[in-house]
Design a protein around this ligand. Structure first.
Ligand SMILES: [Zn+2]
Ligand SMILES: [Zn+2]
Length: 446
């Protein structure tokens, strides 16, 4: 297969080749260079004119890609059709490898028929099981509960995590799901995520402390949300505290278990990052210098931008990998604005870019990177490296021999519009075309 006529971005943050070619044989890349490429009548020709050729995107933080316990609180599995829809969205977004960090899933629950390569992370530690049960845990069977991180890694899990979640640490999962549920039950009014967050902050502050309670602000907030006739301040306080606080301490214990296991096994540990957990991550990085920690979605919207930048720098100095997530960029519900995402890229404090889940509203990585390139926050070559060579290097078992356009690498290749890299045209996995001009080719063997 000869792909030629477009720009080539190899993934390792070197200067793009303005017009070049990629030659693929037997599923592997055999040659990459400038110009039209070697002429051959036998090769399938893919015209990349007005497009950019990239390595397949490697997503280190996705949820709902496996028909097993959903999100890090062990909720019931999504239906098979939902899982396939999630995988399709990753595929049409140019993501050829995804790491599902729901944490409790088992290899048998992976949909092996889908062309996206799906890998697992493991969070099977005692405190993580307890934290899941404090919030949900309905998706956990005895098969999940008897698994351990050590055995899961032997069975093929490529990382530890995700440890903690918005559900268990008073973040997004509380804002878009649990707080709206409890308020709706009491009042019949369904809050939007930003409204739930506003109420949560009035009652518990941004670091979730009982001492932060502000009665006047809570009363004002209830008034603004149209709840003042329906809910007393004291009731609201009780509802929010009962929804948010019970799981926090146990979840943070799970962070320590994960850091110790990371130091012991060498597996990278993906840690939920928010104002509630970020101090613990810094502490654990110092306590377990052998641990490989990832501050996941370090652009989380509860951080003010200067705060997010400051933490990213501090954690990076401690050897922590800094990941940021697109979420619902440019901001539909969960993430009020893309400021943290763009500013962190502009400050060059980021190692990987992932999607995370955002209550199902997530946007593909390339959409987020397209926005950042347009905003001038990052160069094309650097942006692509954050989602290809970087994750492949940092998670070696996730994308072995992938993440680069170079001879010998596996032929996971994506063609995007030159004018908008968020617009994915063609996806090639293992040298086989699975999406052509934005249309799926049907099932291909993995
Ligand atoms: Zn998280
Ligand atoms: Zn997550």
């Amino acid at each position: 297969m000869l792909i030629a006529g477009g720009a080539i971005v190899t993934g390792d943050n070197t200067k793009p080749i303005p017009e070049g070619y990629v030659l693929v044989r037997d599923g592997r890349i055999v040659d990459v260079g400038s110009g039209p490429g070697p002429p051959s009548q036998d090769d399938e020709f893919i015209d990349a004119a007005a497009q950019i050729v990239l390595p397949g995107i490697v997503n280190t933080h996705a949820h709902g890609c496996v028909e097993g316990p959903f999100v890090p609180v062990g909720s019931p599995a999504l239906a098979k059709s939902r899982v396939q829809a999630e995988l399709d969205r990753h595929l049409y977004g140019g993501e050829t490898t995804v790491l599902c960090v729901c944490g409790f899933c088992l290899p048998r629950e992976i949909d092996g028929s889908h062309s996206v390569r799906t890998c697992l992370a493991t969070s099977h530690t005692p405190a993580n099981f307890s934290a899941a049960d404090l919030v949900d845990g309905r998706g956990l069977s005895s098969r999940h509960r008897t698994m351990t991180v050590e055995r899961a890694l032997e069975d093929g899990a490529v990382a530890i995590g995700e440890i903690g979640a918005g559900h268990s640490l008073g973040g997004g999962g509380q804002d878009y799901l649990y707080i709206p549920n409890v308020i709706e039950q009491a009042t019949g009014v369904r809050l939007r995520p930003d409204q739930a967050r506003q109420l949560k902050w009035a009652i518990l502050g941004r670091t979730l402390s009982r001492d932060a309670f502000d009665a006047k602000q809570t009363a004002n907030c209830l008034h603004t949300l149209g709840l003042s006739g329906k809910l007393q301040v004291s009731q609201a306080r009780q509802f929010i505290e009962n929804s948010v606080l019970p799981s926090v301490a146990t979840t943070l214990q799970g962070f320590e278990e994960a850091a110790a296991l990371s130091a012991q096994t060498g597996a990278r540990a993906v840690l939920h990052t928010s104002p509630v957990s970020v101090g613990i991550i810094a502490k654990l990085a110092k306590k377990y210098p052998g641990a490989k920690l990832v501050a996941a979605h370090a652009n989380q919207s509860d951080f003010q931008t200067d705060e997010a930048l400051e933490w990213a720098r501090r954690l990076r100095d401690l050897g922590v990998t800094i990941d940021i997530s697109t979420w619902d960029i440019p901001g539909k519900a969960i993430q009020a604005s893309p400021d943290n995402f763009l500013q962190m890229l502009a400050a060059d404090v980021v190692d990987t870019v992932s999607t995370d889940y955002a209550g199902g509203e997530w946007e593909p990585i390339l959409k987020g990177l397209a926005l950042a390139i347009k905003a001038g926050a990052v160069s094309l070559a650097a942006a692509v490296a954050l989602a290809t060579a970087n994750p492949a290097r940092l998670f070696p078992a996730l994308a072995p021999n992938r993440g680069l356009l170079a001879p010998g690498k596996i032929g996971d290749i994506v063609l995007v519009d030159a004018e908008d890299i968020g617009n994915v045209r063609t996806v090639i996995i293992g040298g086989k075309i699975v999406v052509r001009n934005g249309v799926g080719i049907g099932e291909t063997p993995r």
